[in-house]
Design a binder for this molecule. Structure first.
Ligand code: SF4
Length: 276
């Protein structure tokens, strides 16, 4: 939990829950687990129990205590939609986000199906302007995990983003255009740390070309291995869109509709077994 963070695309983190388990290849060198496990057994430390699941009700009020508007990454040390996070906790976290419209919240998950089910429920009880300060994203590391993007793309009336970080596999960008076009922001970056895997240069180039062509903001974080970022773009979207433009494509492609697509929400098409 921090009013300051090294994560370049936000300016604060908020972790009412912490801890997680691996679900897919992107989790192999999970930075959050690495940090948390370093302190396992340290008495009275927030990570005394390492990366085990913990819920901190007192942290729920932190966003209300920050009077100055912030761009907040929700659960940077967990996955809010992990099956171990009880539904009542999800409701409480959402209540706090809805009550703190002076901030912008970013909810990023690898559990796209649970997020879609929950967000579709929330949307029934609120107006578009109640959630236009919340951004919903999926983390995608390789081609099979693009199924998460499909699920996200089908949630209408929300701000959507995808984080290809760490990108550890190749993605055929041209095969996924109709889903990528539904994204309001695309983030990409290599893995870091002692066991970092290489990023696919061709995928990065294809994403850059695609986002350029369709005017979707592209934030390229890093090549990894100390390689200079060069002139790669670090673009941000307009975080506070007018309520009537939420869920519309920033590239302005009015013909991009997924309405006739069969819904797959609720499936576990691409993800591995929980806890693998
Ligand atoms: S889902 Fe995210 S937080 Fe959870 S283990 Fe994987 S990388 Fe870590």
């Amino acid at each position: 939990m921090s009013a300051k963070t090294k994560i370049e695309w936000c300016d604060a983190t908020w972790n009412p829950v912490q801890g997680c388990t691996a679900i897919s290849p992107g989790c192999k060198n999970c930075y959050a687990r690495r940090i948390a496990e370093r302190f396992r057994g340290t008495k009275n430390h927030p990570y005394e129990y390492g990366f085990d699941f913990r819920y901190f009700p007192r942290r729920l009020d932190i966003p209300s205590q920050w009077k100055k508007p912030k761009n907040i990454f929700v659960c940077s040390m967990s996955d809010l939609f992990h099956y171990e996070v009880p539904r009542i906790v999800l409701i409480k976290v959402f209540e706090k986000m809805l009550a703190n419209k002076h901030h912008v919240f970013f909810v990023l998950t690898k559990r796209a199906e649970r997020m879609a089910n929950f967000v579709n429920e929330v949307k029934k009880t609120c107006r578009p302007e109640d959630i236009n300060h919340i951004w919903f994203g999926v983390s995608v590391e390789d081609e099979p995990r693009m199924e998460r993007l499909k699920v996200l793309a089908r949630i209408e009336g929300i701000n959507r983003f995808v984080s290809f970080e760490p990108l550890v596999g190749k993605i055929q960008v041209s095969e996924w255009e109709k889903y990528l076009l539904k994204m309001d922001w695309i983030i990409c970056g290599a893995e870091t740390g002692p066991k970092a895997r290489f990023i696919s240069v061709s995928t990065v180039n294809d994403l850059e070309e695609f986002t350029n062509k369709h005017r979707i903001p592209f934030f390229f974080k890093k090549w990894g291995n100390g390689i200079d970022n060069g002139s790669m773009p670090r673009q941000f979207p307009v975080f506070r869109k007018a309520a009537d433009t939420v869920g519309t494509n920033p590239g302005g492609n009015p013909h991009n509709s997924l309405e006739n697509e069969p819904a797959q929400v609720g499936g576990t098409v691409a993800d591995g077994k929980e806890g693998e």
